[in-house]
Design a protein around this ligand. Structure first.
Ligand code: RP5
Length: 162
């Protein structure tokens, strides 16, 4: 299976990012986590992104806060799908959300909600699942579990409020 790269702009992003990593681990998806800043080490980011495909990566998740240019800088240097996680650090994360999502046409970043590392991991898994039937099955099972949980909560609420 291809690997997922999880790149974060700073180690201060780790508490959010590791929730996504935990999910990838649960799904048995190989991943590598790196700290790389679009502003503090731009050459390293470019080099990593340019070589990511030949290094066995299939998807790149990029998490950054404030002027969050990391996902965009990575996307500019690869045609692999890039998923951006805007990190809440200043301005409630709205600065990072807009910096991540508002890419110029031609260089997309699939942006999840502020701090939503879990959705980034699920989306990465869904992309890899296109060529991994077992993973695709697992994702379908998880979705069915989620549906059953909501139905259970609804039943419980109905019985409590009768
Ligand atoms: C961004 O600036 C990082 O992704 C982080 O969210 C934020 C603050 O970084 P530190 O000053 O904590 O290293 O580049």
């Amino acid at each position: 299976m291809k690997k997922v790269a999880i790149i974060m702009g700073s180690d201060s992003d780790l508490p959010v990012v590791e929730k996504g990593a935990a999910l990838l681990k649960e799904y048995g998806i190989p991943y590598e986590m790196r700290v790389m800043s679009a502003h503090r080490c731009p050459q390293k980011v470019a080099e990593f992104s340019q070589n990511a495909e030949s290094n066995g990566f299939g998807v790149i998740i990029a998490a950054a806060g404030m002027a969050a240019h990391l996902a965009g800088a990575i996307a500019a240097n690869t045609t692999l799908p890039v998923i951006g996680i805007p990190i809440k650090s200043t301005l409630e994360g709205m600065d990072a959300l807009l910096a991540t999502v508002q890419m110029p046409s031609g260089i997309p970043v699939a942006t999840v909600g502020i701090n939503n590392a879990k959705n980034a991991a699920i989306l990465a898994a869904q992309i890899l699942a296109l060529s991994e039937p077992q993973l695709s099955e697992r994702l379908k099972e998880e979705r069915a579990k989620m549906t059953a949980e909501v139905e259970e909560k609804d039943k419980k609420l109905q019985s409590e409020t009768k």
